[in-house]
Design a protein around this ligand. Structure first.
Ligand SMILES: NC(=O)c1ccc[n+]([C@@H]2O[C@H](COP(=O)([O-])OP(=O)(O)OC[C@H]3O[C@@H](n4cnc5c(N)ncnc54)[C@H](OP(=O)(O)O)[C@@H]3O)[C@@H](O)[C@H]2O)c1
Length: 335
């Protein structure tokens, strides 16, 4: 069977990782990536062997920079079966007409609103719902991390109420404009934060309230999780359930912070130090007064990457079983 032809529009933090993860699969391939500027990222993409496309009025600037474009964004979209839009949040929306005109399927990221596609995706929670769809949104790094643990715990014990605090990195490590900040910023100040409704875009039946703050770090986010459950259970029962989730990694053995988690990713020789899994401190899993508590860390640059691969597989109907797709994606990228 021929491979699904995938294009990536927006080759930044998420786009470059999605391109490499797609290229690692045996049932899909990258036919091109789109950049607006002929900068160092475009040069590296070319060095990695990706065909680079750009906006019609930028082709000449790529030529001048010595990174010739293979064509325009429209040319790339024409050749693709599916475009993964990884342009900055809010920009992606404006590309919908381009994809619709070309009759190509598309995935957007968590920076866009649920309403853009009407389907918000998380592989373990709703893979089957994306089968054959034309437009899908892969939810944000934080929402992905929350769905991965709330869904299996809800299935097993029933979640009566979820209360979550998100301690967020202020900027990505490569961001020389935004941070790190020298402050702790309640963000947003008006509560509850938008993260709860975003989880509900995937898991509509979950009763959830969230608050969030930004802090001076670039490495990872950290979530404090408190779940009121329908059924009585022990911390061991919860560990058993989370232990079945391939995209949940228990951390301990002297790991006391996000810094050491990233060191583990480095030691594992993960590409770009990526930690695709939720990192749950199993020692923190506690039942207190009948409620569940634990800490997890989320690598914002990479946890959505395997989810994008699974979303492609569902939309292209390359695999009807979500568990099989998750296993295939994981194996191909080395998770
Ligand atoms: N970073 C995270 O922590 C994270 C985590 C999960 C989800 N997301 C979501 O993923 C999406 C992408 O975020 P990101 O962090 O990867 O952004 P990013 O690092 O800023 O990358 C976006 C890329 O899109 C390109 N771009 C800018 N304007 C464009 C335009 N008008 N048309 C086409 N390309 C354009 C930029 O490169 P050139 O202009 O040089 O071509 C840039 O490299 C957003 O929806 C975001 O919310 C981000």
């Amino acid at each position: 069977m021929s491979k699904a032809k995938i294009a990536v529009n927006g080759y930044g933090t998420i786009g470059k990782r999605v391109a490499d993860a797609v290229q690692a699969q045996d049932d899909m391939e990258i036919i091109g990536v789109a950049k607006t500027r002929p900068n160092y990222e475009a040069a590296v993409a070319a060095q990695l062997g990706y065909d680079i496309y750009t906006l019609a009025d930028r082709v000449e600037s790529f030529e001048k920079a010595g990174i010739p474009a293979a064509g325009t964004l429209d040319d790339m979209v024409e050749k693709a079966d599916l475009v993964v839009d990884c342009t900055p949040g809010g920009v992606g929306e404006s590309n919908k007409a381009v994809y619709e005109k070309a009759g190509v399927k598309a995935i957007w990221q968590g920076g866009e609103d649920h309403e853009l596609t009407g389907f918000s995706f998380n592989a373990v929670s709703n893979y089957e719902g994306a089968l054959g769809l034309d437009f899908v949104r892969v939810v944000s790094c934080n929402t992905t991390g929350l769905c991965r643990v709330i869904y299996p715990i809800d299935r097993e014990f029933g979640v009566k109420k979820a209360r979550i605090t998100l301690v967020r990195r202020s900027a990505d490590p490569n961001d020389a404009k935004k941070g790190p900040i020298n402050a702790i910023v309640p963000n947003p100040i008006k509560l509850p934060s938008h993260h709860g409704p975003d989880v509900k875009s995937v898991l509509p039946n979950i009763n959830i309230s969230t608050m969030a703050m930004k802090i001076p770090t670039t490495l990872m986010h950290l979530h404090t999780i408190n779940l009121e459950l329908e059924k009585d259970c022990t911390a061991e029962d919860v560990k058993e359930v989370l232990g079945t989730q391939s995209r949940v990694r228990f951390v301990g053995q002297g790991i006391t912070s996000t810094a050491e988690i990233i060191e583990v990713a480095r030691d594992l020789k993960r590409p770009r130090n990526d930690m695709w899994e939720n990192c749950v401190w199993d020692e923190s899993i506690t039942i207190d007064d009948g409620e569940l508590y634990f800490f997890q860390a989320i690598h914002q640059e990479s946890d959505v990457v395997p989810e994008n691969v699974d979303a492609i597989r569902a939309m292209m109907e390359l695999e009807s079983d979500g568990a099989k797709s998750i296993a295939k994606t994981n194996k191909a990228i080395g998770l």
